[in-house]
Design a protein around this ligand. Structure first.
Ligand SMILES: NC(=O)c1ccc[n+]([C@@H]2O[C@H](COP(=O)([O-])OP(=O)(O)OC[C@H]3O[C@@H](n4cnc5c(N)ncnc54)[C@H](O)[C@@H]3O)[C@@H](O)[C@H]2O)c1
Length: 320
């Protein structure tokens, strides 16, 4: 299926994620048919998504006319089969239970048109594993959106062993077309975003369990320190700006205190040993042009100051 051939889409599992994805597809002009456990659930989801879109528009979070565009493009089907039978691009967003996904993906793939692309929104289950139940698995891949889908840019694209390269190309074009930021990643459990997110979460819970800080104190430290930076840069850019020798020194202390899981990674040691310490020596893990160092640091400072101003304007999150 070529990108240009996609005219109709379907979302199976019209809950939190499926609903948000449906809004994005509908806002971009694609008709979306919602399928869920029964007709009433799909219809209730449609009504909820239309109301919510009108509210997003009223708050200025979506462009003028978004509510009407989304209302005009969303339709509820009586069941999964009816939702997917004429769709060119299908989103599977049912709960994260292996057997449920196996069942739903089997039903989708045997009823959908033979060339329809099927993208699972699984958070962590390898695509090659889900593909075992999919009829014509060459048109199946992982298309992992982030929550809340209408507002978070990244969508991970994951090819399983049987996925055809053209399937990933088409999905990538679609994700770009609806205004999101596609990221191709390998088919490993948790992919990239969740593996990192859950590593951080586990360490945060450990710190709380040990009594080093309370949950709320940890959240404050994160959102006001490296989490603040992460709003604008990834860990490698931050590391290259900070200096990789500094990172290695910190790991030496952490490794002694907490053991092997905190030892400096081999690639970090090798990079430092080669004299590549990040921006200050010209090169780190990223190939940042040393000639643009001052420009990058000026951008960083400007961006952090603007982010601080935005946070002050927004005020503290209610209830936290
Ligand atoms: N919630 C998140 O933050 C998040 C983020 C990224 C990815 N995901 C993934 O997205 C998927 C959906 O998660 P969610 O949070 O939207 O769940 P959810 O519970 O909000 O929605 C799931 C929807 O699937 C429907 N459903 C259940 N069984 C079904 C069936 N047999 N046939 C058709 N529909 C069925 C439910 O009625 C519901 O509408 C999961 O794979 C999850 O891991 C979730």
């Amino acid at each position: 299926m070529n990108f240009a051939e996609i005219t109709t889409t379907a979302v199976v599992g019209s809950g939190y994620m499926g609903g948000g994805i449906a809004q994005v597809l509908a806002l971009a002009g694609y008709p979306v048919v919602l399928g869920d456990v029964d007709a009433a659930t799909a219809e209730a989801a449609r009504a909820r998504l239309v109301d919510q879109a009108a509210s997003f528009e009223a708050q200025g979070l979506m462009p003028a006319g978004a509510g009407n565009t989304i209302a005009g493009n969303l339709r509820a089907a009586p069941g999964i089969e009816e939702a997917v039978q004429s769709a060119d691009y299908i989103v599977e967003a049912v709960p994260e239970q292996r057997n449920l996904k196996f069942d739903v993906l089997t039903r989708i793939s045997f009823r959908a048109p033979a060339t329809a692309i099927i993208g699972s929104n699984t958070s962590a289950i390898p695509i090659s594993e889900l593909a075992t139940v999919v009829d014509r698995p060459e048109r199946f891949l992982g298309v992992h959106w982030m929550n809340p889908a209408p507002f978070v840019p990244c969508v991970e694209l994951i090819a399983g062993a049987a996925t055809a390269p053209e399937t990933v190309d088409t999905a990538e074009q679609l994700i770009l077309r609806v205004g999101k930021a596609p990221a191709r990643v390998a088919d490993t459990p948790g992919f990239v975003a969740n593996r990192l997110q859950f590593a951080l979460y586990k360490e945060a819970v450990r710190i709380m369990e040990e009594g080093t800080a309370t949950a709320s104190q940890i959240d404050d430290v994160v959102s006001n320190s490296f989490g603040f930076r992460l709003a604008l840069f990834g860990p490698f850019a931050i590391g290259d700006m900070a200096g990789l020798d500094v990172y290695q020194g910190a790991y030496d202390t952490l490794g002694q205190a907490y053991g092997e899981r905190f030892d400096a990674p081999a690639a970090l040691r090798d990079t430092v040993a080669a004299g590549n310490l990040g921006l200050k020596s010209g090169r780190g893990f990223l190939d940042i042009d040393p000639g643009r160092r001052e420009e990058l640091l000026a951008y960083r400072d400007h961006a952090y100051a603007r982010l601080s101003a935005l946070r002050a304007e927004l005020g503290k999150a209610p209830g936290l």
